[in-house]
Design a protein around this ligand. Structure first.
Ligand code: PRT
Ligand code: ZN
Length: 284
């Protein structure tokens, strides 16, 4: 059996969630902060811990078969890799921002101005796509938000999540360049490897489980149809008799996003004693 390699971030914003998703897939491994590589005991997989910027090329060149990294880093690197699965964490947006007192509120007004960024490739493409000419892109590797204050640039293009960093530096965002989240990427063709397919299936079942809750409730038989109509279940809800005559328990799953709305509708339809539980995995 081929031993695969997956590259994840060694330390930083994506490290913890990357380790967590692999552990939730049932993979058992030591996660020493000092090690650069670790073996999984119960799956033919080695984990490489790298700087996030190195991950797209490592995967493109086949040094690692798989990687977990932000889309912003993949696009900036221009790496030829296959997107296998968006992972739902590390969400952020690459935005253009200007000082609060600036009158600029459209990207066309950036013509001829200087923009500081750590994402010159993405920014240049965005400016070309929008036909904004003669923008001077000043590439800096960190603390982009201080560019305008230092007189280095008129605007910045940087990753934003809460917006707190922009705010505390007197900057306001006005244009969105790209949205990003962590993705599982593979070397081109890796999706055909059986062990990759197995891992992907596990990741998807963990993600599906996270988005859903297991619900058990009691209902009088006369109200059963109304309650069942509100519940999808994986196939259809399970209904079991209660000891008390005329009552049943209904077991089902509901999407996290519909949770509160559904619970209120279920109560109104006659559901009682509603118990909601987290789900570990859903294998379909
Ligand atoms: O050491 P290494 O090179 O591996 O890590 P790094 O320092 O380059 O990256 P890291 O750990 O900061 O981020 C890894 C990935 O997380 C990024 O490539 C994004 O895909 C994603 N991500 C999600 C973020 C943020 N949110 C984020 N808020 N990356 C950076 N930021 C920074 C941003 O640059 C700015 O300085 O946080 C600040 C803005 O945050 P708010 O909350 O104030 O808006
Ligand atoms: Zn980095």
């Amino acid at each position: 059996m081929k031993t695969l390699k997956i590259a994840i971030q060694k330390s930083g914003r994506l490290n913890e969630k990357s380790v967590e998703i692999l552990k939730n897939c049932g993979l058992s491994f030591e996660n020493y902060k000092s090690s650069l590589i670790t073996s999984v005991n119960n799956f033919p997989l080695e984990i490489l811990f790298l700087r996030d910027d190195d991950i797209p090329e490592y995967v493109q060149d086949g040094i690692a078969d798989l990687g977990i990294v932000g889309e912003n880093v993949i696009v900036e690197a221009g790496a030829q890799v296959t997107y296998l699965q968006k992972l739902g964490f590390g969400k952020c947006t690459l935005k253009i921002a200007v000082p609060n007192q600036s009158n600029i509120d459209s990207i066309q007004q950036l013509e001829g101005l200087a923009i500081a960024t750590s994402y010159p490739v993405i920014l240049e493409k965005f400016m070309n796509d929008n036909d904004v000419k003669n923008v001077q892109i000043r590439t800096i590797s960190g603390s982009v938000e201080i560019g305008p204050g230092l007189g280095l640039s008129d605007a910045i293009c940087d990753i934003v999540s809460t917006g707190g960093t922009l705010k505390s530096n007197g900057l306001k965002p006005f244009a969105e360049v790209m949205k990003s989240e962590a993705v599982l990427i593979g070397k081109e063709g890796s999706e055909l490897i059986p062990e990759v397919q197995e891992l992907l299936q596990r990741i998807r079942s963990v993600m599906r489980a996270k988005e859903t809750k297991y619900v058990v409730l009691n209902v009088a038989k006369k109200d059963l149809e109304n309650v069942v109509n509100l519940l999808p279940g994986v196939k259809s809800p399970t209904v079991v008799p209660l000891h008390e005559e005329g009552w049943v328990a209904v077991h089902s799953v509901i999407a996290e996003q519909d949770f509160w709305e559904k619970i209120n509708l279920l109560k109104a339809a006659g559901a009682e004693g509603i118990v909601v539980m987290p789900i570990e995995k859903i294998i379909t």
